[in-house]
Write a protein of this length. Structure first.
Length: 578
């Protein structure tokens, strides 16, 4: 007789890459197929399969989530230039010149936009983690960012009409060429940003010369995988300058150069600061936030971690930078923005200048703010918005929507939670240096990406947090906020699978959340109980001092810890579940 719990509803499973995928397959075998009689709608979202299907698999994932309503997503790779070239060599039949953006870009933004979902990252409530504060006071770390250009010097406004926004380019031929178009409604915010590539080059020279003069290790952070035509264009010229002009000098001084995606790099530096470094963040909106945070940390340090941090990212709608059109200018010319047939802005650009057009959907913003307030009210959280209203008309729409939502909730006799609006830099400093007991920090997409990685790293590990993507129609997607663990995967391959170091906690918790949601929706009490027991088995395992290497020394009784590999940890959770 089959003793497995019978489940009526299908569960969407979105597979990923590298070490995270190795862990995911073990988790599904141990905690799903062996214990549940359930239909799994499995979709391969690996980087390789996205390329082979020319992005069609991402569309399939969105369709499956919309049809079935509940899913679990594993971490996937976003290929850089070298990885893409390697994959194209492996698959010579793939036409690399005619790839859909979904074939190579991160699928995360497309999926969130496709299901109109917003993402909330929360700490997993482990009871015995005693996170030691990184020692920041007196660290000799300097942040270097560009003074001008980018979003700081953007043209942005709220649309006065419903229609189409078009980005036009007039080059040497004198004929206008349409680069991009998108629909926009009255009241939607839109923004055009560019950067002078010559200014980027000049900044790069100053940056590397400063590192050499001050004898500092060099860190550079951008988001080139998700914004390749903007951050990627800047990275390309900066690294060309490094390799041609400064690499030998830096290496001869015994110094190191590190490039990393800015969210991962910010998490690494804030949670484990080097003794002495020059941290280059060319994008000045991100750079100024991190500069202010680092200066605060150097003076006052990081307080003890006793707070429950939740971060809600505005992912639906236009997606801001993550849903932007971005590219480097192919020649000198004039860039124009046309809204509903009327020219709203024009500026000169030069060959190679990174260009970015982004927008958002006012109705999606309103849905998000409603979601934020309801979540905060339900879980007794204080809310801290981060907005740059003094020179960003783009951000003013959020203030208007917050007022609307408060009035609507009041008319429904639903008291909104206590909240504050502050600058994004103050929001980040509040979250890290002065967190209240239980707070929710709503952030736009790129900020939320960076803030959530920093918060998760300070919580002990990126595997000690959970991510929930919720749409207005009730579609729920649960995922781990960490990446694919590339370095750990290389060790796994080199050892023929004998060395398996990875913390699967966030993936287990995501699965538990998804199963609990399925149980609630179909009134399946045994499934709901099993989901709660699975999450409890996870936290109980860590409570007993059984941890993976990333949490070594971070429990309340480090001398009593039992450090195990991924397989040992999964077996311990399985034992606790029995």
């Amino acid at each position: 007789m089959d003793s497995r719990i019978s489940v009526t509803s299908p569960l969407v499973i979105l597979h990923g890459d590298e070490m995270a995928q190795v862990a995911f397959e073990h988790i599904l075998k141990k905690f799903v197929s062996s214990r549940l009689d359930i239909q799994l709608e499995e979709i391969d979202l690996s980087a390789e399969n996205r390329l082979l299907t020319n992005g069609q698999v991402v569309i399939d994932a969105i369709d499956s989530l919309q049809r079935h309503g509940v899913g679990v997503k594993n971490a996937g790779m976003t290929v850089n230039r070298q990885q893409l070239e390697d994959l194209l060599r492996k698959h010579p039949d793939v036409d690399g010149e005619n790839l859909h953006p979904l074939a190579t870009k991160s699928p995360n933004g497309a999926i969130r936009k496709g299901i109109s979902g917003n993402i909330t990252r929360e700490d997993i409530q482990f009871r015995n983690l005693n996170i030691r504060r990184p020692q920041w006071v007196g660290r000799d770390i300097e942040v270097d960012t560009m003074e001008f250009g980018g979003i700081k010097d953007s043209f942005n406004q709220l649309s006065l009409a419903t229609g189409v926004v078009k980005l036009m380019f007039v080059g040497s031929s004198g004929d206008p060429v349409e680069l991009h178009r998108r629909e926009i409604r009255k009241g939607d915010p839109w923004l055009l940003a560019t950067n002078d590539i010559e200014d980027v080059k000049a900044w790069a020279h100053r940056f590397f010369r400063r590192a050499i003069a001050e004898k500092r290790d060099v860190y550079l952070g951008l988001k080139d995988t998700v914004i390749p035509g903007y951050d990627g264009a800047m990275r390309s010229v900066i690294e060309d300058i490094y390799h041609s002009d400064y690499k030998k000098q830096i290496e001869d001084l015994g110094l190191n150069y590190y490039y990393e995606l800015i969210d991962a790099q910010a998490a690494r530096i804030v949670s484990n600061p080097p003794e002495r470094a020059l941290w280059g963040v060319p994008d000045n909106t991100t750079g100024r936030k991190l500069l202010k945070l680092v200066n605060q940390l150097k003076e006052f340090g990081i307080p003890g971690r006793g707070a429950h941090v939740s971060i809600s990212r505005m992912s639906a709608g236009g997606g801001d930078q993550y849903g932007s059109f971005n590219m480097a200018a192919k020649e000198d010319g004039i860039l124009k923005v046309i809204v509903d047939g009327e020219e709203k802005h024009a500026r000169r650009v030069r060959k190679g200048d990174p260009m970015l057009l982004m927008s958002n959907d006012r109705e999606a913003i309103k849905d998000w703010v409603l979601q934020v307030f309801r979540d905060a009210s339900r879980k007794d959280k204080e809310v801290y918005f981060g907005l740059k209203r003094e020179y960003m008309e783009y951000d003013e729409v959020y203030s208007e929507v917050i007022t609307e939502v408060r009035r609507e909730l009041a008319s429904e006799h639903t008291p909104p939670p206590s909240f504050m609006i502050m600058r994004p830099s103050s929001q980040l400093k509040k979250m890290i240096t002065d967190p209240p007991r239980n707070a929710l920090y709503p952030s736009q997409n790129l900020d939320g990406d960076i803030f959530s990685d920093i918060s998760a790293a300070l919580g002990g590990s990126l595997a000690t947090a959970s991510s929930i993507i919720e749409s207005k129609d009730g579609t729920m997607l649960f995922e781990a906020p960490h990446g694919t663990a590339h370095d750990l995967y290389l060790k796994y391959l080199e050892s023929d699978g004998k060395v398996a170091h990875f913390n699967p906690s966030a993936l287990i918790f995501a699965l538990g959340n998804a199963l609990e949601t399925l149980g609630e929706r179909e009134g399946n009490e045994p499934l709901s109980q099993y989901a709660v027991q699975l999450k409890a088995a996870l936290t109980d395992t860590v409570d007993r001092g059984i941890v993976t290497a990333d949490l070594k020394g971070k429990t309340v009784e480090p001398d009593s810890e039992q450090v195990v590999d991924m397989i040992g940890f999964l077996e311990a959770v399985e034992k606790a579940l029995q």
